[in-house]
Design a protein around this ligand. Structure first.
Ligand code: NAI
Ligand code: MG
Length: 347
């Protein structure tokens, strides 16, 4: 556990600016006096791109490397062509900093609305591979724009990449009370990648006799997310399946305003990056309507990653207590929610 945190802050676009301000407020309120927090803001995102044409210049990538962690709001705006900021900024950061763990906890907090009948007990975490699969840009198109166009998007899976994410997931499962790990893939159809994932999973499982293991095809997993979400504890899966599954997980656990995530490099070679799952929400930007809770919960993941478990748990308890007292009808502003959480964690 470090006595100082040198944090890079990328508020980004739209509500990213609004929710990050509240995340920082809660972070400052929760840290003990003797932990020194230094923050440096980076101007990256749609506005920067419009102004200068830059997405993530090398000098800034270099500067970001020097921080202990990164807090990101959201990147993106309808005025920027699709793919420019996703590939040029978000994916570039994940690949450059080798964020091979994409961690997305899903918990149904008290008093939050779920579309699922009977309020099942939901508390699981998805460990999504973050650097391989179909997201590496390994593909291309031929005869582009003609009726004979050919497009490929090759899914890249390495034994090295799979083993490190599988090991991380076993460690996380072993540290939780239920000690259950489910591998999600589609190895009946995607036989080459699927069998490699399954073989590596089974081999590593032998080293964790206390962890109960399970395998599900991704299509079956979507059914169980809705019909039996309580069966899951930790899930490990590939980049694309994890992306889709975690949006569904957010939808059944109270929505996008609560979903937190971490892009983690567990080796510590590069800073890890924490961000709400949601985007810049141009439809409500600048109106004080955004729920900052997902960002505040991402700050908790950040603190846990840096070894500040007590403070992380205090934030999660504060969110739980705040949600328990929320009145579905009365809406508070982004700032009011941030203030309420800051007061609770400081108690
Ligand atoms: P979005 O997540 O920004 O918004 C989807 C819907 O959820 C909207 O109706 C929005 O008002 C609502 N919403 C989102 N966050 C909320 C919050 N904290 N509180 C209350 N309501 C909230 O997704 P959308 O509209 O598809 O994308 C908007 C932009 O964000 C696009 O440019 C997209 O590329 C970008 N984006 C960026 C991400 C990132 O930075 N990691 C992730 C997802 C989208
Ligand atoms: Mg997504």
């Amino acid at each position: 556990m470090s006595r100082s945190i040198n944090l890079a802050v990328i508020p980004g676009d739209g509500i990213g600016q609004e929710v990050v301000a509240q995340g920082l407020k809660v972070l400052r309120a929760v840290l003990p006096q003797d932990v020194k927090l230094e923050t440096k803001e980076y101007d990256l995102g749609a506005q920067r791109w419009h102004r200068t044409g830059e997405t993530l210049p090398d000098a800034e990538l270099e500067a970001l490397k020097g921080h202990d962690a990164i807090l990101l709001g959201a990147i993106g705006d309808p005025s920027v062509p699709s793919g420019v900021l996703e590939r040029g900024l978000l994916l570039k950061l994940r690949f450059a900093f080798d964020h091979f763990i994409n961690l997305r906890p899903s918990k149904l907090f008290p008093n939050t609305a779920t579309p699922l009948a009977g309020r099942p007990d939901i508390d699981f975490v998805v460990v999504r591979e973050g650097t391989e699969g179909p997201y590496t840009g390994n593909g291309g198109s031929l005869r582009t724009g003609t009726p004979a166009e050919v497009a490929t998007e090759v899914s890249v899976n390495t034994a090295y990449g799979v083993e490190r994410v599988v090991r991380d997931a076993f460690e996380r499962a072993n540290a939780r009370p239920r000690k259950k790990l489910t591998l999600v893939h589609k190895n009946n159809v995607l036989v080459y990648a699927g069998h490699m994932w399954k073989n590596i999973f089974d081999r590593v499982a032998a080293e964790y006799p206390e962890v109960t293991t399970d395998y599900l095809h991704v299509d079956a997993a979507t059914i169980f997310f809705v019909t039996q979400p309580e069966r899951f504890d930790v899930i490990v899966t590939d980049n694309l399946f994890g992306d889709i599954l975690t949006d569904l997980a957010a939808a059944v656990t109270g929505g996008i305003g609560l979903a937190a995530s971490g892009n983690i490099n567990p080796t510590g070679t590069f800073p890890s990056m924490f961000e709400p799952v949601h985007g810049s929400a141009p439809d409500i930007a600048g109106q004080g309507k955004a729920d900052p809770t997902a960002t505040v919960l991402s700050v908790a993941l950040l603190l846990r990653h840096l070894g500040h478990e007590t403070e992380a748990a205090r934030i999660e308890d504060a969110v739980s207590a705040d949600l328990a007292e929320r009145d579905g009808g009365a809406s508070r502003t982004t700032e009011q929610i941030g203030d309420a959480l800051a007061v609770r964690v400081a108690d």
